[in-house]
Every structure is written in structure tokens, then in C-alpha cells.
Write a protein that binds this ligand. Sequence first.
Ligand code: PMV
Length: 354
Amino acid sequence: EKSWVRMVTAQTPTNIAVIKYWGKRDETLILPVNDSISVTLDPAHLCTTTTVAVSPSFDQDRMWLNGKEISLSGGRYQNCLREIRAQACDVEDEEKGIKIAKKDWENLHVHVASYNNFPTAAGLASSAAGFACLVFALAKLMNAKEDNSELSAIARQGSGSACRSLFGGFVKWIMGKAEDGSDSLAVQLVDEKHWDELVIIIAVVSSRQKETSSTTGMRDSVDTSLLLQHRAKEVVPKRIKQMEEAIKNRDFGSFAQLTCADSNQFHAVCLDTCPPIFYMNDTSHRIISCVEKWNRSEETPQVAYTFDAGPNAVLIAHNRKAATQLLQKLLFYFPPSSDADLNSYVIGDKSILK
Ligand code: PMV
């Protein structure tokens, strides 16, 4: 009776926001103070692979991250597990002779094994891919009927940015209005083929763990930054419209201008927070200067930069030619031998430069 195991494996790439999410209006449900837009990376790079298993012989939910067991007792894991269990349906696997009735799921436990194909300590968003993959894999395991937007509202309760990793291409997280968070979910703006000449390069400036978690940082910003309030009310709504237009028309000039401005405003909000938060360092600032100078010397911008809650640069080049020039400049200004901390991971192109 107790001998069977049902397993599902899923793979989810991480995403990088070009219009940032920063600030929650509800910390438990993870509801943001503004809409955000991101680009999902190529699944060959920076992605999470998660295998979920269910068996009547499992006596508790357990999870291993990169081979090490981690606790599932945190509220975010519990919320995701509870929400996805509520959507579980009948499962019939004739080949293996497994039959699970909807009501059985209440008493069944799951085991989760998750791996990141990039150094977890590199300070690159890993929770986004992680929670998206967990929710997606569990939905398949439990035969849940929800579409990806509905699943995104569950992944959101693990980590806000995770909701945007349920889709490829460019994705918008709609902040929603409902108090229960039911309309705070992700939608795909365009798929990954729409603008496939873009090349994304991540310059790993430091592999140190960030000092201020996004949870603490956002809480302090919401409590103390007037700039955050101005940004959420007056700036982002207009930018979201302009960004959607730029993406639709593949207008790289506008795209780059909006992406850079929004990254800079996010970091300005961090400085406007009490106590102030410093995510970028001198190397980050030098990369910004280098890109700004280059963009101004050309007729239209060639590269956009954006930085999340850490010093690593995400550089989006207009096309392969611009990406090649960018790498040449990065290697010239930041030769790997003289700056041991700088590695460039080339995304959207199989090579990894170290
Ligand atoms: O989802 P979190 O809590 O890891 O927050 C992500 C916040 C930023 O990466 C800085 C911005 C974003 O929209 O992804």
C-alpha cells in the first residue's frame, strides 16, 4: 500500500525588473505599492530546478536546497503550501497505478529538492526563481487546474518578485486593488520571441551576501521615505505605460532611458530611507558612468543598466554587436585580473566569462 512515490520536476528562470517593485502595502499577503515590469532570463542560465515528490510513506513536508535540508516552518513556505494544497485535484497515473483523490491531499506530505544552477551566494535574485518553481512543480504534482497567472498569485506569497517568473518574455505584476490579494498577479506582456535580439549580461561585482534584506529594506522605505510615496503615486504609473509602449514597439532608446531612470530612482529611495540603504558600491557607480558616457556618445543608447538589492549590474544590450562592445569595455575598465571580484556572466549566449 505505502510503496509508491509520485514525482514532478520543473525548471524556472529568474527575472530582472526593469520597473522595480519596492515597498509592500501588505506584508503578509505580499501586496506591492506599485506595478512592476520584468524580463525573464533564458532558462539555460540563472534558473532553479525543483523536484517535488509525494508518497504515503512521507510523514512530514521537507525541503532540501542545493542538497542541504532547510526548514519549511517559515510563514512564506507555509502560505504557498497551504494555498496550493487547496487547489489540489484528483490524480490518476495509470502507468504507475497511482490514484490520489482530491480529499487525500490533506493527509499527504511532500518532499522538495531544489537546485540553483548559479552560485546562490552570488547575490543574484534566487528567491524569485525558487518560489515560482516550487509553486509550479507542486501545481503539476497535485494536478491543480490554475493557469499561470493564478499560480503567480500563490508564488507572490513566497516572494513578491517570484510571481513574475511564471512567464517568459516581458512580464507585468499588476499590484491589484483587492484586500485579499486575489487580483495582485502577473501577466505576460510579450513572449521571449518578441524582442530576442536583446542580450543580457550580468556583471557580478561582488559575491558577498547583501547586508539589508529586501524585506527589511522595503519596510524601512515604506515607513520613512517620502520619495517612495511620490514614486508609487506619481512616477511609476506613467512609467509603466511608457515601458509597455517601448516594449511593444521594440523602442530600445525609450526602453533604456526608462530602465536606467527607474533603477536610479529605486536606489535614490534607498538613500532616502532611514536608516539609509546602500546597495550599490564604487564599482557599480563606475559601471553606470561608463554606460552613461558611452550611450551619450552614440546617436541612441546601446545599453541599459539596472541594479537590484545588491551591487551587481544587469546590463541589457540592444543587440549582439552592442553586447560585444560592452564586454570589450567591461574587460578594459575592469580587467578580471586586477579586480578579482568582477566576473561577467553572459546571458543569452552560452559562454560564461570568468
Ligand atoms: O521579491 P523580493 O522580496 O526579493 O524583492 C525584490 C526587489 C527588487 O529585486 C529590488 C526589485 C524587483 O522588482 O525585483
